[in-house]
Design a protein around this ligand. Sequence first.
Ligand SMILES: C[S@@+](CC[C@H](N)C(=O)[O-])C[C@H]1O[C@@H](n2cnc3c(N)ncnc32)[C@H](O)[C@@H]1O
Length: 281
Amino acid sequence: MLSYQHAYHAGNFADIHKHWLLVLLIEALSRKDKPWCYLDTHSGRGKYPLDSDIANKTAEWREGVGQIWKHAGKAPESLQSFIQLLGVSDGIGGQEYPGSPEVVKKLMRPNDRAVLCELHPQEFEWLKKHYRHCSNIHLHFRDGFEGVLGMVPPPEKRGLVLIDPSYELKQDYQRIPAYLEKLRKRWAGACVAIWYPVLAEARHNVLLEGVRKSSVHNVLRSEIRKKNVAKGMVGSGMLIMNPPWKVDQTIEAGWSFLVESLQLDDRLSVAVDWLKPEQNA
Ligand SMILES: C[S@@+](CC[C@H](N)C(=O)[O-])C[C@H]1O[C@@H](n2cnc3c(N)ncnc32)[C@H](O)[C@@H]1O
C-alpha cells in the first residue's frame, strides 16, 4: 500500500535541486534536432497548486521555490531557463509548482515523447486529468521500474530516464544499482538520473556504495545539504549516469546561487563530482 504523496513536499529545496538538474539534462538533449524520449519511473501527479491545504500543511515550498522566487533577480545564466519555467510569483504562492512531468512537458518539442509511470491510483487519476489529451505523453498505471525496463530502448534511441522513488520501501536503495546495470545493458547510451534523499542516518549510502561496486561507469553525483538540519532528510542527491558533455561545468556555474538562496551547508554540499568516472578515464 502506497501512502507517500508528493503534494506535501512539492517545491521544497530537494525538488528545486532535482528539477533544476532535470532542466539542464533535457536542454542538453534538445541541443540536437533529433527527437528524444523521456521516461519517468515514478512520475507523481505532475502539477501541484501551492495554495492548497495539503501544500500549506508542511509549507516546505517556502524554503524551496519560495526562496528561488525571492532571489530570482540575482540568478546566473545556468538557472535562467529553470526560473522562467517556474514563472513569476506574487510572493504568496498563488501558483502551481511543476513536478517532473510538467517540467518536461514545458521543454518538449513537437517530435519528442514522454512516458510516465505511476502506481498510486489517486496520483494516476491526476496524471490522466492533466495529460490524457497530450498525444506525445504516454501514461502507464504500473510499477515504473518494471515498466520502463520493458520499454527501452525507445525508437528515438536518445533520451533520459528519471528514477525518483519515494523510498517508502527500504529495498529501493538496494535495488537501484542492479537496476542501472540492467538499463545500461538494454540501452547503453541512455542518460539516467536517480534522485535520492540524503538522510541523517545515512541509509542512502547503501545506494551510493552499490553504484560504486556495480559494473556501471560514468556516473556524476550532485548533493546538497541544508544548514542547521540534523534529523531525517538533511539533503538531496542526484546521480547522473552518462551525463551530457560539460553539464558539470553548468552545475558549478549555478552553485553559489543555490547555496545562498536555499541556505545550504557549503562545507557538506557537493556541487558535482564523479561517483564513478568513465571506464578509461
Ligand atoms: C517522489 S514522488 C515522484 C515525484 C516526481 N518525480 C516529481 O519530480 O515531480 C514518487 C511517486 O512514485 C509513486 N510510486 C511509488 N512506487 C511506485 C512504483 N513502484 N512505480 C511507479 N510509481 C510509484 C508514488 O505514488 C509517488 O507519486
